[in-house]
Design a binder for this molecule. Structure first.
Ligand code: AMP
Length: 211
């Protein structure tokens, strides 16, 4: 089965996706990480991302399908961050259907704008390892010098507001569309990581058992 995980920036999608991957052996695809890699050699993409905008589909969707083709990977994927617009969904849906698979389940982790801003402004990255920490919810271990951690450009307040606006508008439209075609389940994301993980595990298990 393929899962699409949606939620505003800071909703904890990455953390939950990793937990689900460990439990069920899914492949985790995170579009933000994939595009950040592309941005290392493409200053135009980097600029769009730093400002919190969406990278135009034509810049990456064909590379994306090639990426999955190369690995012969079409099923048991958790999609995080892609698709996030109706156009991207239609593109992925049609491509998956040619491979005789589909997006089977959509999980939406809900948090308020205030909570998202609060969490993202505390997010820091280790410039050497690329590892992400959160000064509120996911403190770096002993031995990591907090003063050396940096804030990603797109986690600064102006970019955050832009990213959240795009999420509410574009992804909001996408969620309305998805409801017509597939099973969409919303989860309260303003709880502990463990409580959310427990709910998600049950939902996925029930889905796999045909409930
Ligand atoms: P994220 O960490 O998922 O918020 O992604 C970081 C940034 O990557 C976004 O602000 C966009 O600039 C870019 N990005 C990620 N996924 C997509 C997508 N599906 N379409 C366009 N841009 C994307």
């Amino acid at each position: 089965m393929n899962i699409l995980l949606l939620g505003p920036q800071g909703s904890g999608k990455g953390t939950q996706a990793r937990i689900l991957c460990e439990k069920f052996n899914f492949f985790y695809f995170e579009s933000g990480a994939y595009l950040r890699k592309m941005a290392e050699s493409n200053p135009e993409i980097k600029k769009i991302m730093d400002e919190g905008g969406l990278v135009p589909d034509k810049e990456f969707t064909s590379y994306l399908t090639a990426y999955f083709d190369q690995q012969n990977l079409y099923d048991d994927i958790i999609f995080d961050g892609f698709p996030r617009t109706v156009d991207q969904y239609v593109f992925l849906r049609d491509w998956l259907s040619k491979k005789k698979v589909a997006l089977d389940l959509v999980l939406v982790i809900k948090i308020s704008n205030e909570e998202a801003i609060h969490r993202l402004s505390a997010r820091r990255q280790d410039p050497e390892t690329g590892k992400i920490y959160n000064l509120i919810t996911d403190l770096p271990p002993d031995g990591i010098d907090v003063s050396k951690l940096v804030q990603r450009d797109d986690d600064k307040s102006e970019a955050i507001e832009k990213r959240l606006k795009i999420y509410r508008e574009e992804t909001g439209r996408l969620i309305d569309e998805l409801r017509k075609e597939t099973k969409v389940i919303e989860i309260d994301g303003e709880r502990t990581i463990e409580a959310i993980a427990e709910d998600l595990e049950k939902i996925v298990r029930d889905f796999k058992n045909g409930n």
